[in-house]
Design a protein around this ligand. Structure first.
Ligand code: FAD
Length: 402
C-alpha cells in the first residue's frame, strides 16, 4: 500500500527549502540564477585546460555571495553560517564547482574570531569588494599528513618580523589568492608543555612575498582544484601578520574547522542533489528494451536510496549549522554532518554513473567531471577515518587510538 500520493519533484527544483525561512529560499534562488550563467560547457572547458574559473569567482564576489559572512560594518552581508551553507550547497546542486571559492567562506571565520581590529579593517572591506581574495589555507605538509601537530614549517621572530622556513602541500588556490592563512610552528615541540601549543596562525599578504621567500608549484590532480606546493625560504613577514596570540594557532584552527566541515558537508548535499537529479531525468528519458530504464526497479531503487541517504545527511548538516550559529560547540554535529554528507554524495556519484551506463563516462554529460570532483570529500579537508576517530574518542569515550 502506498504511503500517499505525492507529486513528483520537478527537475532542478528542490522543495525541502519550503521549511526554510524566506531569506534562505531567496538566497537559493539568487545563487541558482547566477549559476545558470555558468553551464556545463564552461566547466568542461576549465576542467580540460585545468584553468581557474576566474569569471565564476568574480561573479560570485560581485553578487556578494563570498562576503556573506563578513559583518556589514566591513562591507559584507553579515549573514550566519546557515546562509553560507545554502550558498555552497546551491552552487554544487547547479553543477558548478564551489571548490574554486569555498575557502574564503571557511577561512573567514578564523579572521573574524581571532583577527585584530587592524587586520579586519585593513582586509575585510577589500575582500568584500573582491579587490583581494582570501582563498589559500596553508596547513597540510608533505611529511606530517593528518598529524597537524607534527608540522615542520617554522616561524621565528626577528625584531618586528617573522622569518618563515618550510613547505606546505595541497595549498589549493594559492596561485589565485592574495592572502593566505598559514599555520607554522613558533615554539619547538620539545619546548611546549602541551603538544597543542606552539603553533601560530599568520595572515600572509602573498603579494608582498611571492618570489621573495615564497615559491608556488602547481600539482596536477584528478580534478580541476588548483592545488599547489608552497615553499618558504627565509620568507619575512611583518609581526602584525600574526593572528591572535602566538602559540595558540592550533586552537584557532580547531574552532574554524567546525565551520569548514559544515560548509563542505553542505557542498556534498548539493552534489548529491545534482547526481540524483541527473539520474532521475536520464532514467526517465532513456529507453532500452522499448521502455524507460527508470521503469526497472533495479534502476530506480538505487536512486531512491541515494535520495533518502542525502535527505538524512541534510538534516544533520542543518542541525550542525544551527548549533554553530547559536554559539554552541558544534564539534560532534559538524563532524557527523561532514561524514554523512560526503558519503551520501559519493554514493550518489557512483549511482549516477551506473544509471547513465556508458554515457556516464562521456564528458558531455558532466557526470564524469562531477564524479571526479565529488571523490575528494571523503579524503579532504579531513578523511572519514579521522572523523570516526574523533567520534569514537571524544564523543563515545573510547580509548585514544593515536
Ligand atoms: C585536492 C586537495 C585539496 C586540498 N586542499 C588543501 C588546502 O587548501 N589546504 C590544506 O592545508 N590542505 C589541503 N588538502 C590536504 C587534505 O586536508 C589532506 O589530504 C587530508 O587531510 C588527508 O591528509 P594526507 O593526505 O596527508 O593523508 P595521510 O594523513 O597521509 O593519511 C592517509 C590515509 O591514512 C588514514 N589515516 C592516517 N592516520 C590514521 C589513523 N591514525 N587512523 C586511521 N586512519 C588513518 C587517513 O584517513 C587517510 O585515508 C587538500 C588535499 C587535496 C587532495
Amino acid at each position: 500500500m502506498s504511503a500517499g500520493k505525492s507529486t513528483p519533484r520537478q527537475s532542478g527544483a528542490y522543495e525541502a527549502m519550503q521549511s526554510e525561512n524566506e531569506e534562505l529560499a531567496e538566497i537559493r534562488r539568487a545563487v541558482r540564477s547566477l549559476c545558470d550563467e555558468f553551464p556545463g560547457e564552461y566547466w568542461r572547458a576549465k576542467d580540460a585546460a585545468r584553468e581557474y574559473p576566474d569569471e565564476f569567482v568574480d561573479a560570485l564576489t560581485k553578487a556578494g555571495f563570498l562576503a556573506a559572512l563578513i559583518p556589514t560594518e566591513y562591507g559584507g552581508s553579515g549573514l550566519k553560517l546557515d546562509a553560507a551553507a545554502v550558498i555552497m550547497e546551491e552552487i554544487q546542486a547547479s553543477g558548478c564547482n564551489g571548490g574554486a571559492a569555498h575557502a574564503q567562506m571557511y577561512i573567514m571565520n578564523t579572521l573574524l574570531r581571532y583577527g585584530s581590529e587592524g587586520q579586519k579593517s585593513e582586509y575585510l572591506p577589500k575582500i568584500a569588494t573582491g579587490e583581494l581574495r582570501l582563498q589559500a589555507f596553508g596547513v597540510s605538509e608533505p611529511t606530517s599528513g593528518t598529524d597537524t601537530l607534527s608540522l615542520k614549517t617554522r616561524a621565528v621572530r626577528d625584531g618586528d618580523e617573522y622569518v618563515i622556513n618550510g613547505q606546505k602541500i595541497w595549498t589549493s588556490r594559492a596561485e589565485h589568492s592574495d592572502l593566505m592563512l598559514l599555520l607554522a610552528r613558533t615554539t619547538p615541540r620539545e619546548e611546549v608543555e602541551k603538544k597543542t601549543e606552539g603553533l601560530s596562525m599568520f595572515l600572509v599578504d602573498m603579494r608582498e612575498v611571492i618570489g621573495k621567500g615564497m615559491a608556488i608549484k602547481p600539482i596536477r590532480t584528478m580534478m580541476n582544484h588548483s592545488s599547489c606546493e608552497v615553499f618558504f625560504d627565509d620568507m619575512r613577514i611583518p609581526a602584525s601578520a600574526l593572528v591572535g596570540e602566538e602559540g595558540k594557532g592550533f586552537r584557532y584552527i580547531l574552532s574554524g574547522m567546525n565551520a569548514e566541515r559544515i560548509l563542505i558537508a553542505a557542498e556534498c548535499i548539493g552534489d548529491a542533489r545534482w547526481f540524483i537529479d541527473q539520474a532521475k531525468t536520464y532514467a526517465s528519458d532513456r529507453k532500452v528494451f522499448a521502455r524507460p530504464i527508470g521503469q526497472n526497479q533495479g534502476v530506480q531503487f538505487p536512486i531512491a536510496r541515494c535520495y533518502a541517504q542525502m535527505r538524512a545527511a541534510e538534516l544533520m548538516v542543518r542541525h550542525a549549522a544551527q548549533v554553530y550559529d547559536e554559539g554552541g560547540n558544534a564539534g560532534e554535529e559538524a563532524n557527523m554532518a561532514k561524514l554523512l554528507a560526503s558519503e551520501a554524495s559519493w554514493a550518489a556519484a557512483d549511482m549516477c554513473v551506473q544509471t547513465f551506463g556508458g554515457f556516464g563516462f562521456a564528458e558531455e554529460y558532466d557526470v564524469e567531471r562531477k564524479f571526479r570532483e565529488a571523490r575528494l570529500y571523503t579524503v579532504a579537508p579531513i578523511s572519514t577515518n579521522l572523523i570516526l576517530s574523533y567520534l569514537a574518542e571524544h564523543v563515545l569515550g573510547l580509548p585514544r587510538s593515536y
